[in-house]
Structures are given as C-alpha cells and as structure tokens.
Design a protein around this ligand. Structure first.
Ligand code: M6R
Length: 612
C-alpha cells in the first residue's frame, strides 16, 4: 500500500522520482505527489488521481532539484484528495515527509499537538507524525535524526517514512517498521523505494532496510542505525532483476502479459527442482527441514486473497499425498483468534509480495508460539521470506498487475512439489504415482501454452457476458478453490459481483439466484467428480441459467448442455487447477477491458496490502 521513491545525488531528482512512481503505482493510485529541494527551498506538489495527472499538472514548472521524495497513495486516513496526498509539510514548512503504513496512536498524538496550537491541513496520520517530529526537534533542540528516533519510540503502528529537511539539503532520513524499504546504492548517489523496480535502471546494488532501522543518506554516504543510535553495517546485495521484467513488453496491460508469461514462469519455478530423468525434486528449504515437515502433526496454510486460494488447493494436495491434516487460514482471522499452536505445527505462509501485513503478523505470532514457518513467497528478500524459518521462492518474476495471476500458478507448482517431496520421504505415495505426478507437473508449461490459444474465443465470450450484473462460479474437489479464484478475478477486474461455491453446496442456497440472466461458470475438467458436476450443470440448466464451462479436451457431454465451453488439455486432477484457472483469468481480463475498466489498477485496490 502506497509507493514511495526518493533520490539524492548529482542527477535531476524529479524525472527519477516520477518514473519510479509510475512503476510503483500498482501499490496505490488515488493521489500522488513530490517534494523537491533546491536553492529556492522546499517545493511540494500534490494531486488527486493517477501519477499521470500529477505529471500533467507540473508541466512548465521549474522542477530542478538534486534531492526529492515522491509518493503514490492508497488512502487509509482521509479521503483521496489533493490535501491528503503526500508529501506532507510540517507546520514550520521546513520538513517534508512521505509515509507508507498506519500510525495507530495518531489520534492521541494529534490531540497533544492540537493542545500546543498545531493546526492540521489534512486528515492524515502522516501529518500528525511529521508535526510530532517537528515538535520534538523544537522542544529538545535536537537535529532531525534524533527527533525521528525519539518520535518513533512513541509510535504504534507500521511505517516507512522518508524525510527531507530544508535546513539539511544533502541528507535524506528514512525509517522502517512493518513496511518495505529498499535503498539503491549508486556512485555518489542513493535511491530509496518501496521495492526495487524504480531502482534497477540505475543500480543493481541494494540494501533491504530492516524493521526498527533508520537510514541517513547523503549522496556519497549511507549510515544505518537502530533506534538505540547504534550503527549497523549495511548488507549490500546484488539485484537479480532485469528492466524488461517490469515493463509491458508490447502487451496492452501487465495483467495480460503476466497471464501469457505463465508457461515460462511455471517452467522457471520447476527448473532446477524437478528432475524428470532422476525422478527427484530438489528443494533445499524442504530437504534441510525434512524431519520437521514430514513429522508435522498439522500443517496450517496462512495467506490472504489469491494466495489463500492457492493454500486451499494445497490442502487437498497435501492431505491426499502426505496424509497430514491441513488447515487453511485467512491470515487476518488467524492473527487475532488466539489459535491453538503446538510445537510440532508447520505453518506454510503463502504470499506473492511477501509484505502482506496480516500474513506477516500472523506468522510472527505463530513463530513466537513455537511453530515452524515455511514461506512460499515470490518477492526475493521480502519481509515474509526473511522472517520464515525456511522457504521456497516461486520465481514468477515481478507481478505488477494488481490481480494476481502468474504468482498463483507458481504458488501451486511450488506447493505441489513440496507435497510430493514430503510424500516421497514419508512413503505415503507409491513410486508409480510419484513418477506419474512428476511427469504431469513437468508437462504443465506446454499445456498452459495450449490453453492460452483460447484467448480469442474467450475475448468473444467476454463481449457476450460483459453486461451481467452477477455471476456464480462452481467447482468440486481440486477445482472448487479454482472457482473461488475465478470469482475473485472477475470481481476485482470488472466490478461484477461474483461468488464462488462448491458445486454441490449450490443447492443449499445460491441456487435461488439462478434465472435466465445469471451466468454460472463451472470448472468441470475431467476428474473423479465429473459425473457429479454434470448433474449440477443440469440442475442449473433446468432453471434456465446460462452455463459457461471450463472442460477437458475431448469431453463431448458438457458442450451439449453448456451455453459456452472452454476446453483445456487433460491432466491429472491434482495438477488440473494449473490449467483450469487460466481461462478464468482471461475471462475476467477481457470482461474488464470490454467494460472499460482499468484492469491493472482496479479501483480501491492495491497490490501489496501492507496495512491490516
Ligand atoms: O502478496 P500476497 O500474495 O500476500 O497478497 C495477498 C492478496 O492481497 C492478493 O492475493 C489479492 O487478493 C490480489 N489482488 C488477488 O488478485
């Protein structure tokens, strides 16, 4: 939530910050702003709407500066507006600050400051923290660094903050707790951002700032300290990321590009792990902790949104292959529920961004209670990856579209490999089935390529169904969570109300919704439930519902009943979700585009939910 960028060095700061904000817009896009520091002083420009609107409003302005900070916002405190946009300026006008996160005790701090005569121009918690810092500077007669340190000791909540000080134009001060912050180390210059995408064009040397750390940046100096004012040696890492990976590469939208990348991302995820010739899986994170994992009394999948759907599919896979009981928890519920956690429990935290606040806190709590945390994460070096005891990256590459697509299939591939590896060690799978499933998984990238050939057909379907007000998605077994995921994709991208249900559960309520206007999407590939789901399709047809079905190639029964069918290659039911989800991603995408929605940046959403 919220993207931050900052620069200090010999170059013009504004173009670097503007480009960075565009790259980070997936994190929030209701307003944006920049603060630039030059010999005339501190200039702050803010605008409601997308970064392009800010850019347009700044045409013709003198934007020369060698130090600056920029922000793209996802509103928490205060509606999206020019005045609530960041950067905020302190009461004396000397400090400017950007913030990603939530200051939970802002109301108390605000009251204290109001009593001292502070007047606030915005409704944000950010302006409160900034004036709190200014007030400490004034009362304690100290420098900004000291004031920030004192202030942060009183702050409850999550933050990344970056400050610019008119009186110290060669210094940027930043701090982090619970939200991501990356420093780019250049030659005589430094960059700061919420993720590496605004930085890679200029340098591949980065430092990931940890919680409770303060960074003091000058063009040619980087000092890291903890809140106790002790210096910490920065750990400089080399980024393994190419610029092309974060650009659209000829596609109209990142979402479409990412859907089409899936044959390669799944392949990348399997590469170096699944060895078909030796019938083996190499995953150091699992191998090094195999005793812990195979003897787990219980596995708890903890995640949010699409990642939670991946966890639901993994529940079926792990229980079938490993014979270990699995629970799948919404991180936001799990963290507050005082759950019963035993020493032998293994928590699998699933997250694309690795920064989702609810997932992060949930695993912190579980870790404190003795659980072993295994992270299945996409973003290398992210907070969840770092806090986990062990893990496996999904290697899907940067996912920019707010709707998760390629990260989901990569999560499924990784989770399936983990289950297969444990099952093999535990001997809960026969050699024949193990080899068969390795082959099935290995064949997935090519089969996904084939599914993508449905694109033009699905584009036409999208035109047919784009004006629907509601939709029902139904599936059974491994395909039930796929139905949930299909419904989530449609909701996010096209704003059509959609619900996912287990197909058999439909009779217990949702069937009341069915009429001749309601599209019902069945995920009905050939599996052990096939006959049952055919009956469910008939139940819908008997009530004149419109049936759109994802089926297996060669199925000639369902097309006779369904209004429209999308056929994917046959696969073992355990890996079938990797194929059956793709037509649903494409359907949501094309309906969103046909309705004129901003599919890469759906309203109210943000890619990385770093607030609870
Ligand atoms: O980064 P994470 O995987 O932890 O994110 C979890 C959810 O916020 C995310 O999957 C969200 O539901 C997506 N917008 C779904 O497309």
């Amino acid at each position: 939530m919220c993207g931050i960028v900052a620069y200090i060095g010999p170059r013009e700061a504004y173009p670097i910050i503007l480009k960075g904000l565009k790259r980070l817009e997936y994190r929030g896009y209701d307003s944006s702003g920049v603060a630039l520091l030059n010999h005339t002083g501190l200039n702050v420009y803010k605008k409601k709407g997308k970064v392009a609107e800010l850019e347009e409003s700044l045409v013709g302005k003198n934007l020369h500066a060698n130090a600056g900070i920029g922000h793209t916002r996802w509103a928490t405190h205060g509606e999206p507006s020019d005045r609530n946009a960041h950067p905020h300026q302190s009461a004396n006008g000397k400090l400017a600050m950007i913030h990603n996160g939530i200051i939970e005790n802002y109301a108390q701090l605000k009251t204290e400051l109001q009593k001292k005569g502070y007047v606030f121009k915005s409704d944000t918690d950010t302006e409160v923290l900034l004036n709190f810092i200014e007030d400490i500077q004034k009362n304690n007669h100290c420098g900004l660094e000291e004031a920030v340190r004192i202030a942060l000791k009183r702050v409850v909540g999550a933050y990344v903050i970056v400050l610019l000080d008119q009186d110290n134009p060669d210094t940027l001060i930043a701090a982090r707790k619970g939200s991501p912050l990356v420093i780019g180390v250049g030659k005589g210059e430094h960059f700061l951002a919420s993720d590496a995408s605004p930085i890679i064009e200029y340098t591949k040397e980065v430092v990931y700032v940890n919680d409770y750390e303060l960074a003091i940046l000058k063009p040619d100096e980087l000092i890291l300290k903890n809140l106790g004012n002790e210096k910490i040696t920065p750990f400089i890492q080399k980024l393994d990321l190419e610029l092309a990976a974060i650009e659209k590469g000829g596609y109209d939208h990142f979402m479409l590009k990412e859907i089409f990348e899936q044959p390669d991302t799944i392949f990348d995820c399997l590469r170096g792990r699944l060895d078909i010739n030796n019938a083996s899986i190499t995953m150091a994170g699992v191998q090094n902790n195999i005793e812990q994992m195979m003897h787990a009394k219980r596995i708890i999948m903890v995640a949010c949104g699409t990642s939670w759907h991946a966890g639901l599919i993994a529940e079926y896979v792990f229980e079938e292959l490993c014979r270990i009981p699995v629970e799948v928890e919404y991180a936001s519920e799990f963290r507050y529920r005082n759950p019963v956690i035993h020493q032998g429990d293994v928590i699998i935290a699933i997250s694309q961004s690795g920064e989702t606040a609810d997932t992060m806190v949930a695993i912190e709590r579980a870790k404190e209670q003795g659980a072993f945390i295994f992270g299945v994460v996409n973003v290398v070096g992210s907070s969840i990856a770092r806090i986990s005891n062990a893990g496996a990256y999904t290697h899907a590459g940067p996912e920019i579209g707010v709707a998760s697509t390629k990260a989901f299939t990569a999560q499924l591939a990784v989770l399936t490999m983990i289950a297969l590896k444990i099952a093999k060690e535990k001997k809960t799978i026969s050699e024949e089935r193990y080899v068969h499933l390795l082959n099935e998984l290995n064949n997935i990238p090519e089969k996904v390529r084939e599914v993508l050939l449905l694109n033009e057909q699905i584009k036409k379907l999208a035109i047919k169904y784009k004006d629907s007000k509601d939709a029902l998605y139904l599936g059974r077994g491994y395909n039930f969570p796929v139905a949930l995921e299909g419904a989530l994709k449609l909701k996010e991208i096209s704003y059509i109300h959609a619900e996912g249900y287990p197909a058999a559960e439909m009779k217990h309520g949702p069937i009341a919704l069915v009429d001749d206007q309601l599209p019902v999407v069945f995920v009905a590939t050939k599996d052990s439930y096939h006959e049952k789901i055919i009956s469910n399709i008939q139940e819908i047809k008997a009530r004149k519902g419109k049936v759109i079905a994802v089926i297996s190639q060669g199925d000639d029964a369902i097309p006779k009943m369904a209004d429209d069918s999308m056929a994917v290659p046959e696969a073992d039911e355990l890996v079938a979700p990797l194929l059956s989800v793709i037509p649903l991603q494409l359907l949501a995408y094309h309906i969103g585009v046909a309705k004129g929605c901003d599919v890469d940046k759906p309203r109210n959403l943000a890619k990385s939910v770093t607030v609870e």
